[in-house]
Design a protein. Structure first.
Length: 219
């Protein structure tokens, strides 16, 4: 799979939290493209809102590139479905724009990846190149206008992402605030323990470790 291009241990909460804080800093500095690149290349957090905006705006190539940071087409059936929905909607919109040569190129270069899963797919898609309106096909008669179709495709893709084990633990950002509060509480507890043991309580340091407090000092 394409995830983990930066070779970072994402099982470490500390690493994920650090990456998230860096991405938030980049956002604050209006380096949003760099923040999205960090998410994609590290694979630590899938920004669903950003991805949905890409799909709703018809930026299917950019949407697929973002997904590439987390999975690949052949990883599992959910991943295959994600790529298929993206390419299918792009293919339909290309047909609707009357760009049949481009649609044919897509058919030959992008749809063949799905041949192992559906051998008749390319033939069915090729048949749509010969009609003026692909909605004339009985199975596609209910295909809505562009915005409606994009929303429908995104709904299917979202379900696949949520059910895909590859994305588990990556759809919500790390809870930095909760962990920070825990660290502060732990630090306060450590300080209290030190004070109780004689550090900082009356200004006298506690005796050094591995020494008997009753042993006489050197003259």
């Amino acid at each position: 799979m394409a995830a983990g291009n930066l070779n970072i241990d994402l099982n470490s909460n500390a690493n994920r939290e650090l990456l998230y804080m860096i991405s938030q800093f980049l956002e604050h500095e209006n380096l949003t493209e760099t923040a999205r690149t960090l998410e994609r290349e590290s694979g630590f957090y899938f920004n669903m809102r950003f991805f949905e905006d890409l799909v709703h705006n018809g930026a299917f190539d950019e949407a697929e590139e973002y997904v590439d940071g987390f999975t690949d087409l052949h990883e599992n059936s959910f991943s295959t479905k994600i790529y298929f929905e993206l390419r299918k909607q792009k293919f339909f919109e290309t047909l609707e724009d009357g760009e049949r040569c481009r649609a044919l190129t897509m058919l030959m270069q992008e749809f063949r990846d799905f041949a192992p899963y559906n051998r008749s797919l390319c033939g069915e898609a090729a048949a749509l190149l010969t009609v003026d309106d692909f909605r004339a096909h009985q199975a596609l008669a209910g295909h809505g206008e562009i915005n409606e179709a994009r929303r429908s495709a995104m709904n299917d893709i979202r379900r696949c992402i949520q059910m895909n084990p590859v994305f588990h633990g990556k759809l919500e950002p790390p809870n930095i605030e909760s962990n920070l509060q825990g660290a502060i509480m732990y630090g306060n507890s450590e300080n209290q323990n030190e004070q109780q043991n004689g550090v900082g309580g009356n200004g006298d340091p506690a005796p050094p470790p591995n020494h008997d407090i009753s042993s006489p000092g050197r003259n």
